[in-house]
Design a protein around this ligand. Structure first.
Ligand code: ATP
Ligand code: MG
Length: 595
């Protein structure tokens, strides 16, 4: 089992915690709904009290008949029967409804806590776990918890109280016979203990398989074009079948254990009933019992069968919930992004310094950046050029502290970025990612995103104009209200980039990072944006990353990155004169365009 978990779950499992501890932690989330819980318990108590009441009523009927005192009880007994069932109905309603209320509150609580956690996790976590698995945690695992809470507590309370009520009644009627009955309980306990161990093991496996199912499905959906054109359907189908098969197999094993559990427990109970009746029929034990007592006692013993069976079944449900809670609490306990910075800042001037900065991605063997030294005065532009995979985006991603640097220091206005408050640091940086990210919403929502949400249309339009996006937005039927689809699928690549640039322009931050921001555009659109950006860059510090060197020729400093190191830096003319790596890159592109 442990092997399975490490194989599928990329997050290392914590030291095993006891099931009880997990369950108590889960119950901790119930605390805020305690009044509903009380109502529910009251409901189940009413329900449970009605079972022995029925047995007692039966005794009354039998005694009435055998004593021949029918006349005075003729009206009483039918009314009593109705009263018992009305009370039982009210008890059931109160118990079930308020228990559902508690459970849904807990799931709501867990889901929102998990999502709050999700947005506070360090970037490295998002890379360490497939999206499908994360989604399964938020949906499937929390659903498992709802099942565990409602059903398990419902059965534990309702059936548990019923057992207490019935046993109490039996002890009151004939304690010796009752003690005999109680002898079986340890035997049932053994069966249940074995079953629950197995249930938990299988539940974790089902959960992982469920994560596998969502993983494969979400990848196949996102990558549907690649799947089609590269003939990946069979491969993806195979992967999906494997995951679904794994799920079915574990699910069936679980049902098998459950299906065997019930008849075995039932059989043990039947043996006990047989022995009980054998003893009960011996005159020495039951001589003082009336026929009514006798019938009521056996009825109560028979009535115990159902709640005891349900109580043993509750384990599978409980184990499912505990397995799901493991996964949820593991997630909730993940460390959040470190934010120990104290320095408050309103708006940066924009002097940036890199001092011997080295960095490796978590779990990566090779360093992504080695000993980077650069200084970028406020208001100037730094261009990063170099081969694919050389580390340009990494330099950009360290600025907003998506990752923590291993060695050296990046400082802004003379203070290390680690010392600024994280949100304030980030609010001073506008970033256009290499992979444009748009949200499923309108164009307006996407330009005026996050803190900018309340910006009025006039400013949004100004930003769209500066990003050379207004022309195409105007041509759309719904203008700014046009829905862009998930990740902007309803727009072209270049249109998406321009929306992202407009978003960055609207943010109006003192530091602007453009990572291949215009790579998907034609030369004409690029030039138009460049003109707008030049105006924008005039009073802010800019880091621009580009493969097309023509777009960065005017940068104040050009740095050539190679294998994580800066191998050359200077202005366009200086670097050409140097006749090194930059000159070589430049000549290559120049001859390409001349061709
Ligand atoms: P490109 O021009 O293709 O965008 P780049 O210069 O921006 O390339 P980076 O994205 O900075 O390159 O990547 C630098 C190195 O770091 C690469 O070797 C890459 O394999 C590695 N790398 C990038 N992102 C991660 C990550 N999340 N985890 C581990 N390694 C990464
Ligand atoms: Mg890059």
């Amino acid at each position: 089992m442990q092997e399975d978990k490490t194989e599928i779950d990329t997050v290392s499992p914590k030291a095993p915690v006891s099931g009880m501890k997990i369950y108590f932690r889960l119950l901790g989330h119930v605390r805020s709904s305690w009044h509903y819980l009380v109502l529910s318990v009251v409901g189940y108590m009413i329900y449970a009290a009605m079972e022995p009441a029925l047995a007692a009523l039966l005794k009354h009927i039998v005694d009435t008949v055998s004593e021949g005192s029918i006349a005075e009880n003729r009206h009483m007994i039918p009314l009593a029967i109705l009263a018992v069932f009305v009370a039982r109905g009210i008890g059931t309603f109160l118990g079930n409804y308020f228990m559902a209320k508690v459970a849904n509150n807990v799931v709501y609580d867990l889901r929102t806590k998990m999502f709050n956690k999700l947005v506070r996790l360090p970037s490295s976590y998002y890379h360490s776990i497939p999206t499908g698995r994360l989604l399964a945690k938020l949906t499937y695992d929390t659903e498992q918890v709802i099942g565990s809470i409602t059903q398990a507590i419902r059965v534990l309370l309702r059936e548990g109280l019923t057992v207490v009520g019935l046993l109490g009644y039996m002890l009151y009627m004939n304690w010796r016979l009752s003690l005999l009955f109680l002898l079986v309980v340890p035997l049932i306990g053994l069966v249940v203990a074995y079953a629950s161990k197995r249930f938990r093991k299988l539940s974790t496996r089902i959960q992982n398989a469920m994560g596998g199912v969502t993983d494969v499905a979400s990848e196949a959906i996102k990558g549907h074009e690649v799947v089609k054109i590269f003939g990946g359907s069979d491969y993806e189908i195979g992967r999906f079948h494997h995951a679904a098969h794994e799920n079915r197999r574990s699910q069936l094993k679980m049902e098998m254990t459950r299906a065997l559990n019930t008849p075995i427990v039932q059989f043990i109970l039947a043996i006990m009933m047989a022995i009980l009746i054998w003893f009960a029929l011996s005159p020495s034990i039951s001589s003082h019992m009336s026929p009514g007592d006798f019938i009521a006692f056996l009825t109560a013993a028979g009535m115990l069968g159902k709640p005891i069976r349900q109580l043993t079944d509750v384990n599978s449900i409980l184990q499912k919930g505990i397995a799901a809670s493991y996964s949820i609490f593991d997630f909730l306990d993940l460390p959040e992004e470190v934010d120990q910075g104290q320095t408050s800042v309103n708006r940066f001037k924009g002097d940036i310094e890199w001092r011997s900065v080295s960095f490796s991605y978590p779990k990566a063997e090779k360093a992504a950046l080695k000993n980077i030294n650069l200084s970028l005065p406020a208001g100037k532009t730094l261009a990063l050029v170099g081969r694919s995979g050389s580390g340009k985006s990494t330099i950009a991603n360290l600025m907003p502290r998506f990752y923590n640097i291993d060695e050296g220091q990046i400082s802004i206005d003379g203070i290390s970025i680690d010392d600024y408050k994280l949100t304030e640091l980030r609010s001073n940086i506008a970033l256009v990612n290499q992979q444009v990210i748009l949200f499923n919403g309108t164009i307006r929502d996407n330009i005026a995103y996050g803190h900018l949400r309340k910006t009025d249309d006039k400013e949004v339009i100004e930003a769209a104009i500066a990003a050379n996006a207004w022309d195409f937005i105007q041509e759309l039927d719904q203008g700014l209200d046009t829905m862009v689809g998930e990740n902007g699928v309803l727009l072209s690549g270049g249109q998406r980039q321009r929306i992202a640039i407009a978003r960055a322009i609207l943010k109006n931050a003192p530091i602007l990072i453009l990572d291949e921001a215009t790579s998907a555009l034609d030369t004409e659109s690029e030039r138009a944006i460049q003109a707008a950006l030049d105006g924008l860059m005039a009073n802010r510090t800019t880091i621009a990353i580009a493969h097309r060197l023509s777009t960065i020729e005017n940068a104040d400093i050009i740095a050539v990155v190679d294998h994580g190191e800066i191998i050359e830096q200077g202005s366009h003319n200086e670097l050409l004169a140097l006749n090194g790596a930059y000159a070589q890159l430049h000549n290559q592109q120049f001859t390409e365009t001349a061709d």
